[in-house]
Design a protein around this ligand. Sequence first.
Ligand code: CA
Length: 116
Amino acid sequence: MASKDQSNFHDFLPLMAEKLGGDGLIGELCNGFRLLSDSDKGVITFESLKKNAACLGLEELSDEDLLGMLKEGDFDGDGALNQMEFCVLMFRLSPDLMGQSLFLLEEALLQDSNFS
Ligand SMILES: [Ca+2]
């Protein structure tokens, strides 16, 4: 994993949350999802993640890290991350943020009744 002086999305999220507030953060996460996803399929696949990770400054992550992210976030087991899986994963990867903004995440989850 990245060492302390490299920018890392784990560390980046709480800062974003502070700056943007909850709604802004969800918006940013959705933007992140759009950047990373396969525009044809509308989900994040390993291929789209690998291709687009550099856009988010994640080029330091190895194939193994990327696959780990996918596995970790993939709740329904289809091998890809949909938008809500991605947002949940980002929150889970960032425990500090989780504490601050859990209610916002729950709100977002409630709004997406298709999420199961
Ligand atoms: Ca999935």
